[in-house]
Design a protein around this ligand. Structure first.
Ligand SMILES: Cc1cc2nc3c(=O)[nH]c(=O)nc-3n(C[C@H](O)[C@H](O)[C@H](O)COP(=O)(O)OP(=O)(O)OC[C@H]3O[C@@H](n4cnc5c(N)ncnc54)[C@H](O)[C@@H]3O)c2cc1C
Length: 511
């Protein structure tokens, strides 16, 4: 009798519940669950030797998620094998070795990742077929009311179309059991320390408002805590632009990005919460954000390699280094960049501001910012990261070019007391609470240098006298000092052309 063996090749779907890869119409006799970490993600990147694409924070979260997944799979009678190398070759070799009937994998919206899957399809032995399933989104491709080639360019049009034909499969529970593991197949995985010492010893900064822990159980704990204990679906719309604390937004992103949680599971739980508490603007807004995620993933599929910009290689420059090190002299930017570096996560509000500042004010190639985010973020995923960066850089499919965020105005609006900036830049705690903390070079010019750039759009929002500074810092202000700061000629030209009213109108990203 022939023994059938299937391989489940996992990547960003590290969960047992609502995972179509683990639901079988025709159950094999044996199953191998495999995760392959692409060695290239650990190698030096364009940003330098010590800046691999997969940074220590995300690698740590990934390893936690894999360890948790192994525990879940063992309980279901299966196991997990984690390997490091070239994913396509390893999958093909395993399929040959076990004369697999099928390799099951979730289709991926990332260009590189789907090419990897294509290579497996081409290399499989004749006995094996590749099954590409969809996993993790709200809408599968065949549930969208349009063909991908006709996908609406803007998010608003995308949302209107899917809202008219709102139907997708419900999240399903984990299987009760899984087929057994082939006796001679290797299992388990290398300790994190052997993969990256830096990651094994990486600890998030104590100042972060929330500690992320990888894995499916931790994801569900957060989902339940946010909805049922924090009642987040009652307040999300009002609090989502917050900067400090654990609960101003859902913080589901790292689990969604690694697939410890699916969008449909979030949706199902929001609906359960609404059944008890009633729907409201906030509960609906959480679903609305999940639609942004679906939009960016479909957008990535349509864009392919173009999502990552043109093929020229951007060169890191001094302004980029100031930005990534949190040394631009603009507290609202520097605080966020320190938070990103030391915790692996920043709020949506901060992401939009630091991205706009890099692209529009510092005039640095947006791809460098996207690379840096890729290295730092725990929740990095290609579609959301590169899609959002392109969006802010004015390269989105909707054709809108003018996504400028006036970071000084934003700082005054979203951090009026300067609590966020003083949290990450303690030297600002010397100022009274208030907007002086956002402009230390105006409030205490003798103690703080002017920022590396001073866009004309800020003029309206600059303090014109020392305010809130302790006596030791408050010196008379030479109002020319800050404004005389050198600007790049190209920026000067652009700023001279820009019309202030249009900037005010277009400052906020589409919501
Ligand atoms: C420059 C830039 C880069 C980004 N890079 C990433 C990334 O690599 N990975 C990532 O998951 N998100 C990314 N985002 C989107 C967004 O900032 C994060 O998803 C969100 O801040 C995560 O926090 P949360 O889970 O508390 O989100 P909430 O506000 O609670 O939203 C719930 C969920 O909706 C989805 N969502 C919300 N906003 C967006 C958005 N703009 N685009 C796509 N999905 C969204 C996320 O899955 C999020 O977890 C980026 C945004 C910008 C501006």
């Amino acid at each position: 009798m022939n023994i059938t063996t299937d391989i489940v090749w996992l990547h960003d779907n590290l969960r047992v519940a609502d995972n179509p890869l683990l639901q079988f119409d025709s159950r094999p006799d044996q199953l191998i669950c495999l995760y392959v970490l692409d060695q290239r993600l650990l190698d030096a990147s364009l940003l330098g030797e010590s800046t691999p694409r997969l940074g220590p924070a995300r690698l740590r979260f990934l390893w936690q998620s894999l360890m948790a997944l192994r525990g879940e799979l063992l309980q279901l009678g299966s196991d997990l094998s984690v390997r490091i190398g070239d994913p396509s070759s390893i999958v093909v070799q395993l399929a040959e070795r076990y004369q697999a009937r099928s390799v099951r994998v979730a289709s991926h919206s990332g260009f590189e990742e789907s090419q990897r899957i294509d290579r497996v399809a081409e290399g499989l032995p004749p006995c094996a077929t590749l099954e590409r399933l969809e996993s993790g989104y709200l809408f599968d491709t065949d549930e969208l009311p349009f063909e991908l080639d006709d996908m609406p360019a803007s998010f608003s049009a995308f949302r209107q179309r899917v809202e008219k034909q709102w139907a997708f499969k419900e999240a399903v529970n984990a299987p009760f059991t899984l087929p057994g593991w082939p006796e001679d197949a290797s299992r388990g995985f290398p300790p994190l320390k052997a993969v990256s010492e830096e990651s094994a010893f990486w600890l998030p900064d104590d100042r972060q408002g929330f500690v992320f822990m990888g894995g499916e159980a931790a994801a569900h704990q957060r989902l339940h805590h946010y909805l049922w204990q924090q009642n987040g679906a009652e307040s999300y719309k009002k609090t989502r632009n917050g900067l400090l604390g654990a609960n101003f937004s859902t913080r589901f992103s790292p689990w969604l990005a690694h697939g410890c949680l699916s969008a449909r599971q979030v949706y199902k739980e929001v609906k359960a919460w609404e059944a008890v508490n009633g729907a409201n603007e906030s509960s609906q807004w959480i679903v609305f954000e999940l639609l942004w995620r679906d939009y960016f993933h479909r957008n990535a599929q349509v864009e392919g390699a173009a999502l990552f910009g043109d093929t020229t290689i951007p060169v890191p420059c001094e302004r980029f280094d100031l930005w990534r090190e949190g040394k631009t002299g603009v507290p609202f930017i520097d605080a966020a960049m320190l938070e990103l570096r030391y915790t692996g996560w920043i709020s949506s509000r901060s992401r939009q501001n630091v991205a706009s500042f890099l692209v529009n004010d510092l005039e640095v190639d947006w791809r460098l910012g996207a690379w840096w985010f890729e290295h730092c973020l725990i929740d990095y995923d290609p579609a959301n990261n590169w899609g959002n960066w392109g969006h802010i850089a004015g390269l989105g499919r909707d054709g809108r070019k003018d996504r400028y965020f006036n970071v000084l105005k934003q700082a005054r609006h979203y951090d009026p007391k300067g609590l966020y900036v003083a949290h990450w830049l303690p030297e600002l705690g010397a100022f009274d609470v208030g907007i002086a903390r956002h402009q230390p070079w105006r409030s205490a010019p003798a103690s703080f240098n002017a920022p590396c750039v001073l866009p004309r759009q800020w003029n309206r929002w600059l303090l014109d006298k020392p305010e809130g500074a302790p006596a030791s810092m408050a010196e008379p202000i030479n109002s020319d000092v800050a404004m005389a700061h050198e600007r790049l000629p190209a920026q000067e030209a652009r700023l001279n052309k820009s019309v202030s009213t249009s900037i005010e109108e277009t400052e906020e990203a589409e919501e």
